[in-house]
Write a protein that binds this ligand. Sequence first.
Ligand code: ADP
Length: 625
Amino acid sequence: MNYLKKELYELIKTDDSIFEFLQKSSLDGLWYWDLQDPEQEWMNSKLWETLGYDPAEMPHLASAWQDIIHPEDLKVATLNAQKHFADPSHPYDQVVRYTHKNGSTVWIRCRGLAVRDENGVPIRMLGAHVDITSEKEKELLLTKTNEVAKIGVWECNLVKGTLYWNQLTKEIHGVPLDYVPDLETGINFYKKGIHRDRITKVVNECIENGTPYDVELIIITAQQQEKWVRAVGDAEFINGKCVRMYGVFQDIDKRKKTELELERERVFLKTLIDHIPVNVFVKDLESRKILINRMELEHMKIDDPNEVLGKSDFDLYPIESAEISRAEDLEVFNTGEPMLNQETLNILKDGTENHFLTSKIPIKDENGDISGLLGVSYNISQLKRAEEQQRRISILESKSKEMEQFAYVASHDLREPLLTIQGFAEVLQEDYGEELNEEANNHLEVILNATKRMDKLIYGLLDYSRLSQMKQLQEVDVPGIIASIQMDLYASIQNSGTNILSSDLPTIMAYPLELKLVFQNLISNAIKFRKTDTPSIIQIKSRTITDGWEFSIEDNGIGIPEKDLEEIFMIFKRLHKKTDYQGTGIGLANCRKIIELHNGRIWASSKLGAGSTFYFTVLTNTEEN
Ligand code: ADP
C-alpha cells in the first residue's frame, strides 16, 4: 500500500477531526445503519442539511428518512438492499428522490456497503449520499426540450451491428417502445426514391469518410403516414475504422409542411403578381420601391429590377411627376386611408406619357403601424385613346348626319324652283318658240338642258341622303338582279353592242333595291366608259369569303389612272368632265355608301387604257345580322 494511503488510514483511526472533515466536505450525507436493530440509524448533519432539515431536530431513526423518500424509490432501494445482502457483488447504488422541507424534490445518488460478521451475515450498512439535483434538473430540462422540439437520439454500434433508438425516436417512427431497430429497417423507413437514396448516400459517406450529415427527408411511419424528419449523424473512428455512428432525429413535419406551404404560396403570389396585367409595386415610407412586378418593369422600359429597387420616384421620373406621386404617398401614410382608382398621369424620363388608374393601399406592420404602401396601377392609355377616337367618331357621325339632313332638305327644296324654271322655259319654247329668233331658241335650249342636268344632280343627291335609312336585310337573288338590270339597260346594251357574262352568282342576304343600284351603277359605268373601237365585254364574278361574298365587275373599257382609283368613290368626283361622258359623279359615292351599309368595302383596280375591275364585298353572314 502506498505509504500516504496507509498514513491516511491510520490518521482516520486516530484523529476524529480527519473523519469529520471527510464526511462533511466530500459527501452530501453519510449514514450508518444497524441491520440487527433496523430502527436505529445514525445520520450525519450534512444529510439533513441537504434535505433542508435542522439536524438537531432529527432523530437517528430509519423512519426519519423513510418518511420523506419517494415511495417508488424506497421500493427500488429496499429491493437493491436485499440483493446486496444476499450477494456482496450486487451493488447497492441507485438514484432516489427525497422531498426537501420546502416541498421540492432532491435527487440523491445513494450508495451503500453492507458490513458483515465473520459468517458473512450483514449486520451494519454504511451509506453515502451525493446530491445530484442540479444535474438531474438539467437532464430533465434537456429531455423536456427534446420532447418539445421532438428530438430523438439514436446510436449505431457498427462492431456489434446494433442500432439503438430512444423513446422519442421510436415515437417519431410510430413504432412501439419495445421495437428493436436495425440499420436496414432504419433506412427502409425513408420514403422510396430520392429520400431513401439520399439517406443511404449520406450514411455511407459518414461511415466511409466520417462526413457528418444533416438532412431533411420524408419517412413513412409504421402507420403509413408521410412525415418530414431532420436526420443528423456523425461517426466515431478507431484505428481508421468507423465503429460507431450517433446522432439526433427530429420530427420537423409541421415546420416543413408550413415551410413548403409558405413556399408554394410565395411562388403562387410571385407568379400572380408577375403575370397580372397591372403594374404592382410596394414602397417604403421614404417612397422607395421595395418590390415591383414585371409589368411595372416593362412600363419603365428597364430589364434589371435592381435598377429600380431601393429608388424613389425622384430617381426614376421627372421631378413634376415624382412630386405628385410623393404627395399621394404621404397622404396615404398620414391618413392611413387607401387612395382608390385615381386617374394618374405618369411621365417617363424619355417623355412617354401614360395614363393609369392607380390605387395605393397602406401596409401595416405587426404593431399596426404603417410601414409602406402597396400600389396597383392599371394602364388606361389605350382605353383613353379609344375613348378619344370614339368621341371623334361620334362628332363625325353627327356632322355627317347633319350633312345628310342638309342635303335632303336642300335637294328637296331646290327642286321646286328648278321645276318652275324648267316648266316656264318649256312653256316659253312651246308658246313663243316660233316667234323667237334662232339665238334666243338656242339659249332656251341651253337653259332647258341645264335644268335637266340640275334635276338629275338634285335627284342623285336626294338618293344619296336617303341611303342611310336602312330597312331589313332580305334574301336577294343576284342573277335575278342582273337579269332585271339587263332589261332596264336594254337599249344602251344593244346600242353599244355590250356583252355581259356571268355565271354561278349566288343568293345573298342584302338590301335588295340598294344592291341592285350598286350593280346598275357599275354596269352602266362599264358600258359608258367603253372604248369606242372595241366591243364592250363585262364579266361579273363572285366568290365566298369569311362572313360573306366578294363580287367583281370587270370591263375592257378606257380604264382609270392608278392615282385616281380611290378618289372616284368621292361624291361629285368625275374624271372625264370635259369629254363626251355624261354623269353626276354621285354613282360610285352611292355604291360606297350602300356597300358600307352591307359591312363591306368597295375598290377598283385598273390601268389607263386596259379596262377596269370593280370589287365589292357584302359581309352579311355575321351573327349580328
Ligand atoms: P359618273 O359616272 O356619274 O361620272 P360615278 O361616281 O359613277 O360618276 O363615277 C365617277 C368617275 O369614275 C367617272 O366620272 C369616271 O371618270 C370614273 N369611272 C367610273 N367607272 C368607270 C369605268 N368602268 N371605267 C372608267 N372610268 C370609270
